[in-house]
Ligand binder design. Structure first.
Ligand code: NAD
Ligand code: ZN
Length: 422
């Protein structure tokens, strides 16, 4: 790296060498950041560029089994692709959904993880937007900027990427990851439970070099999803009354979004009362545990709010809760948003619920156009307009991924952030 600096800026190089002579020992990350913040045009050629990288990853060989830490092979990026060294990743319920609930047999072996942040290691032909050393967030929803969906301001459903047609398998056919001669599917096109991964540039967001990767990784899924569900999809209005069902990171981010939009009352609903303390931190004003009531929860909420809430957000992934959330909305104008993920059951409701003026909507990644929205949310965090640190209840290394999965399964965490690369 020092050689590259010498070539692109002899002056900066002589400053670094005099500082080193005086006892200062700059490491690789420091040098990358120095180059980025000094605004120099540079190209850092990593020793690994163009070669297969052997690295550690947590492999889901089959459904319903613990993940296995393996040495895997990561192919170099092809045209329009970016190879990323993942620094940190959150564990989201959607990872658990694939492993324990969906269990689609064609969705394995896979490398899970889709809520990560890292540093570009190398780029394939045709990539001009990214350079080695850039801080990035992998995106499970792409933004090609060219398809009819990207061109419409109404949606973030880009036609490219895994989500276009592989909802059931939750991965693309093609992958750059392999282990012991077997292809490893890239879960949601991302695979952040690996030291390295490869994505098409339409599914990568370049972020502020000042962003701490072990915090902003949460913007790769949970926090953008919940926050955007309230702000972009429900379009919560100032002074309104909201109910959020499910207080994991997604639901808590929805609470934060309702508060950000100026909601007056935010009713937090969860069957695990241990979540209420955290919900207060993000702006919840009232707390309801359905287990404390013998009546249906929508009746309880209707009584509390003179007929129902203006907005309800389902952040559990359970079709019965989806129905309760809809029925908790006030007739006339109530809006209910499906955020929780499930493809296992049909949902049901009485038509009169909609005939009488309620709206039922859903959201993928909080409606954010991903490449545009994620860097904006990173700025929001750096400007202290949204919280991230408060979601993180546990930090550990990738080797302990199964512990992190157990914590979520048992409702004992909000987010565990795994440190993937040193
Ligand atoms: P989590 O497991 O951390 O949180 C779920 C919460 O729901 C828990 O606090 C649990 O106690 C609560 N809960 C369970 N049953 C309930 C019930 N009957 N009533 C009320 N609360 C109940 O999960 P998470 O990571 O916050 O994810 C939440 C959901 O959002 C999951 O279904 C996940 O797959 C989904 N998700 C969707 C998107 C999207 O783009 N739409 C993105 C990310 C996650
Ligand atoms: Zn997720």
């Amino acid at each position: 790296m020092l050689k590259t600096i010498q070539r692109s800026s002899p002056h900066l190089h002589s400053c670094i060498t005099s500082a080193s002579a005086a006892g200062f020992q700059p490491n690789c990350l420091f040098l990358q950041q120095l180059l980025q913040t000094s605004g120099l045009f540079y190209s850092v050629e990593m020793a690994t560029a163009g070669k297969v990288i052997r690295c550690k990853a947590a492999v889901a060989w089959e459904p319903n089994k613990p993940l296995v830490i393996e040495e895997i092979e990561v192919a170099p990026p092809q045209a329009n692709e970016v190879r990323i060294q993942i620094v940190a990743t959150g564990v989201c319920h959607t990872d658990l959904y694939h492993l324990f609930e969906g269990m689609h047999k064609d969705g394995f072996p896979a490398v899970l993880g889709h809520e990560g942040a890292g540093i570009v290691e190398s780029v394939g032909p045709g990539v001009t937007e990214f350079q080695p050393g850039d801080k990035v967030i992998p995106l499970f929803v792409s933004q090609c900027r060219e398809c009819r969906f990207c061109k419409s301001p109404k949606t973030n459903q880009c036609v490219k990427g895994w989500a276009a047609e592989r909802y059931d398998v939750m991965a693309l056919e093609e992958t750059r990851l392999s282990c012991k001669g077997k292809k490893l599917l890239q879960f949601l096109g991302t695979s952040t439970f690996s030291e390295y991964t490869v994505l098409n540039q339409i599914a990568v967001a370049k972020i502020d070099p000042a962003a701490p990767l072990d915090k902003v990784c949460l913007l790769g899924c949970g926090v953008c999803t919940g926050f955007g569900a309230a702000v972009n999809t429900a379009k919560v209005e100032a002074g309104s009354t909201c109910a959020v069902f499910g207080l994991g990171a997604v639901g808590l981010a929805a609470v934060m979004g309702c508060k950000f939009a100026g909601a007056k009352r935010i009713i937090a609903v969860d069957i695990n009362p241990e979540k209420f303390e955290k919900a207060k931190v993000f702006g919840a004003t009232e707390f309801v545990n359905p287990k404390d009531h013998s009546r249906p929860i929508n009746q309880v909420l209707a009584e509390m709010t003179d007929g129902g809430v203006d907005y309800s957000l389902e952040c559990v992934g359970n079709v019965a809760v989806m129905r309760s959330a809809l029925e908790s909305c006030v007739k006339g104008w109530g809006v209910s948003v499906l955020v929780g993920w499930t493809d296992l059951h049909d949902f049901a409701a009485r038509p009169i619920q909609l005939i009488s003026g309620r709206t039922w909507k859903g959201t993928l990644f909080g409606g954010f156009k991903s490449k545009d929205g994620v860097p904006e949310m990173v700025k929001f965090y750096l400007d202290r307009k949204v919280k991230l640190d408060e979601f993180i209840t546990h930090s550990m290394t990738l080797e302990k991924v199964n512990e992190a999965v157990e914590l979520m399964k048992n409702g004992q965490c909000i987010r565990t952030v795994l440190r993937v690369s040193p």
